[in-house]
Design a protein around this ligand. Structure first.
Ligand code: NAD
Length: 438
């Protein structure tokens, strides 16, 4: 465990943010950071930029901006690089994705045009709905990992970067279960050599990043850093990792509402969720195996929050369904409906209906920024392995094998802020409050 008040290396020089998958989320993230730094806009949705942390007692009135409390990389020092199976520049992707309006994108055209993805490690076996020509032709998976490392080395050198982090923003890959080849680093490396089909493209990027000591976050639901081989590599190279699947949209609301119902001991007989979305992510999720990866992360959340085994009268046998429908006219502006059947005193039934008209990538972009800056902080504070304090950002938070993940967003936020307090040698906030009345 990291010591209270540990020494954190000051962030000097530039931070490279590596993005495998430069689609709607990545281009909205990049364009957003460019807009914020050139036009001095508020970074709405970003805890690292706008969030605060209270220190000490409420009477002390010491509440600081998180970015003034811990040393984070400045937005001015961020440089973007990444890979995609389409060779279009970030400007072209931003226009095609249709998340930001053309005025926003045109204003940033020179910066966005300058960002062009490198050729991707890609195999249709893992994302069946996509085809692309901008891919590496090498067939051997170990050599592909070396090519990714070479791209990173080159980027580091030409941009004169002092540090790097990687965030997987690529399409959701097909559902894979942890298997023998994932069980140790040695078996994984042997699997790379013989092109084991259980090693997906995202795992090759993960392996490359961790081998180079680069912190890694997985924004998608597929298996990548959450296998024993990658945990071993992260430990060996002393690299922080976290994942998986950005918590935005419907699941964000679910993890806000469910803890509230549980706090009041209100019962649940069913939660029916459906989504329509029409972006490329939706198209990829229209394929059953990619959808299965997503459904797994979306479905597990409620059980972990409600703990039916501890509250059988309230949460035993509730029906939970999640449906995702690809509906092109909707583009990135997803619509999610939730019908929540609840019951109260003496079992009287009630209903909650939620219709969330959200913008997927607008909700995901600030998460990318926070994850990049916090992972960089973790590395400088010598934290390594799974970063449970970053659960706040994920639908299916990675945690130690013997634990259940913490999905309650309010506990996640407390955990995150207490971690920052701990790092800086400040007292934890327990919210006990009796000291004010002694
Ligand atoms: N937007 C959200 O709110 C949200 C929330 C949770 C998770 N996610 C996940 O984040 C990821 C990105 O979402 P998006 O909306 O930007 O999707 P997108 O389809 O617009 O972008 C994904 C990009 O990844 C590229 N890609 C696929 N395989 C690749 C590979 N092997 N190497 C390099 N590039 C590859 C695709 O060509 C595409 O450009 C998806 O997996 C999605 O499920 C998004």
């Amino acid at each position: 465990m990291i010591k209270k008040g540990t020494k954190i290396v000051t962030p000097k020089g530039k931070l490279g943010i590596l993005l495998p998958g430069m689609g709607a989320v990545a281009s909205t993230f990049i364009a957003g950071v460019e807009a914020i730094r050139t036009k001095n806009l508020p970074a709405i949705g970003s805890l690292t930029q706008m969030g605060t942390v209270r220190l000490g007692k409420r009477t002390e009135k010491r509440t600081l901006l998180i970015k003034d409390f811990v040393s984070l990389a400045s937005l001015e020092d961020i440089v973007f690089g990444g890979w995609d199976i389409h060779g279009e520049s970030c400007y072209e992707t931003a226009i095609r994705s249709g998340v930001l309006n053309s005025k926003h994108v045109e204003d940033l055209r020179p910066q966005l045009e300058a960002i062009k993805p490198w050729k991707a490690v890609f195999n249709r076996r893992y994302v069946k709905r996509l085809t692309g020509q901008h891919v590496k032709r090498t067939r051997n998976k170990r050599l592909l990992a070396l090519e990714v490392m070479k791209d990173i080395e080159e980027f580091k050198k030409t941009q004169r970067l002092s540090r790097l982090v990687m965030i997987w923003c690529g399409s959701t890959e097909t559902f894979l279960q942890p298997s023998e080849v994932h069980s140790t680093l040695a078996k994984f490396e042997a699997g790379l050599e013989r092109n084991d089909p259980q090693i997906s493209s995202s795992m090759i990027y993960t392996y490359a990043a961790l081998s180079m000591g680069i912190p890694y976050a997985n924004g998608a639901p597929n298996l990548s850093a959450d296998i024993p081989a990658m945990l071993e590599l992260a430990r060996k190279k002393k690299v922080p990792i976290c994942g998986k699947d950005f918590k935005t949209g419907q699941t964000l609301l679910k993890t806000i509402i469910a803890p509230g119902l549980k706090a009041r001991l209100i019962g649940l007989s069913g939660w029916y969720s459906t989504n329509i979305l029409g972006n490329r992510d939706g198209e990829v999720l229209d394929e059953p195996q990619s959808l299965k990866s997503k459904e797994e992360t979306k479905l597990s959340v409620l059980d972990q929050i409600l703990q039916p085994e501890m509250y059988p009268d309230l949460y035993r046998n509730y029906h939970h369904q999640v449906h995702i429908n690809y509906y092109p006219p909707r583009g990135d502006n997803k619509e999610g409906w939730d019908n929540i059947d609840i019951f109260g005193w003496l079992g009287y039934p009630m209903q909650i209906k939620v219709n969330f008209l959200c913008r997927d990538s607008i909700l995901a972009a600030p998460l990318c920024l926070d994850l990049a800056l916090f992972l960089d902080l973790a590395k400088r504070a010598k934290m390594h392995g799974v970063q449970e304090w970053l659960s706040f950002y994920f639908k299916s938070p990675q945690c130690a094998q013997e634990l259940y993940p913490e999905n309650d967003i309010f506990i996640q936020l407390t955990k995150l802020k207490n971690t920052l307090r701990h790092l800086k040698g400040e007292k934890m906030i327990t919210h006990l409050g009796m000291e004010y009345y002694a």
